[in-house]
Design a protein around this ligand. Structure first.
Ligand code: PBG
Length: 325
């Protein structure tokens, strides 16, 4: 294949031609839409560092889910912001907790929607860490018991999938065991298997009021320079029974998504996190970048790297664009 016999530009001639040889496309079926839910009524409060993303009270989130379903979106990842926090994050597994009520209400109203819950403690603990503290450190094995309780409480409320994001060792196995014992053998686990200790989570922590009150998450989340370790994390979760393996953040870790795609046969999800969203929105607002195009390009790159599912704050906007296309 040499010039002048081969001319790559032949297949780039116009949009019809390009669309015929396009290797990757986005579809509404690729997306999971994250939602923040707060206690109270009639609340739809924009998150300062995430323009276009809101904290919704339960009555309001129903509308957001309804319009999203009408646009063809199918899956929602819920984050709860409780009214009360304590040392042990007990409101995370309260029967009438914010997430438990949200899941129940959403599943009653939209039984076909795939409702996924974030299983973690940082939104519920007064110290903002993702587990139970002992001697100023997050204690792995004590935390496992809490995570299992949280996951079962979500399943009882009707969650389709649970998504542990705490990064404790052994949590997928412990959660699987607890779910099965409670009779929830059909509830899937989407594991945040490869979750890096990333500064791109900044805006989320504002949104969910979940920043650690002291220290950081480096003793449980992954060290950004490591790739082989990502493989070990992912294999561990597969062996423990995870149904879907997630990489997070997405765009700074496309190499990891690709590596997992080439080495695993499980569906792979990638989380385009709050900071990735805020960065593109800010540049768009300032007029430095064409926001719609960079949004598209960022999402296509994640898909091209090998992700089957993309969790993105752009989900609804993409669905709108796809509907118009
Ligand atoms: C909870 C959790 C976090 C995110 C998802 N689940 C924050 C964190 O680990 O600090 C981040 C999502 C985002 O930035 O959009 N542990």
């Amino acid at each position: 294949m040499m010039f002048p016999e081969y001319r790559a530009r032949r297949l780039r001639k116009n949009e019809f031609v390009r669309s015929l040889v396009r290797e990757t496309n986005l579809s509404v079926n690729d997306f999971i839409y994250p939602l923040f839910i707060v206690e109270g009524k009639n609340i739809k409060e924009e998150i300062k560092s995430m323009p276009g993303i809101f904290r919704f009270s339960l009555d309001q989130v129903l509308d957001e889910v309804k319009t999203s379903l009408d646009l063809g979106l199918k899956a929602f990842l819920l984050f709860g912001i409780p009214a009360k926090k304590d040392e042990a994050g007990t409101s995370a597994f309260a029967k009438e907790g914010i997430i438990q009520r949200a899941v129940k209400t959403l599943k009653d109203k939209f039984p076909q929607a795939v409702i996924i819950t974030d299983v973690c403690m940082c939104e519920y603990t007064s110290h903002g860490h993702c587990g139970i503290l002992r001697g100023g450190e997050v204690d792995n094995d004590l935390t496992l018991e809490q995570l299992a309780r949280i996951a079962v409480s979500h399943a009882k409320a009707g969650a389709d999938w649970v998504a542990p994001s705490d990064m404790m060792d052994g949590r997928v196995a412990r959660i699987r065991e607890a779910l099965d014992e409670a009779g929830f053998t059909e509830v899937a686990i989407m594991s945040y298997a490869v979750k890096y200790c990333s500064s791109f989570y900044g805006p989320f922590r504002e949104a969910a009021e979940s920043a650690p009150q002291f220290g950081d998450r480096r003793s449980y989340q992954m060290d950004p320079p490591n790739a082989r370790e990502a493989m070990r994390e992912a294999l561990m979760d597969v062996e423990e029974g995870a149904d879907i393996i997630m990489v997070k953040p997405a765009m700074p870790y496309l190499d990891i998504i690709r590596m997992l795609r080439e080495n695993l046969h499980h569906p792979i999800a990638a989380y385009q996190v709050s900071g990735e969203y805020s960065m593109l929105r800010a540049a768009g607002k300032l007029g430095y970048l064409d926001e719609e195009r960079v949004m598209w390009e960022s999402l296509i790159s994640i898909k091209r790297a090998g992700a089957d599912l993309i969790i993105s704050y752009f989900a609804k906007r993409v669905a709108e664009l796809l509907q118009r296309a």
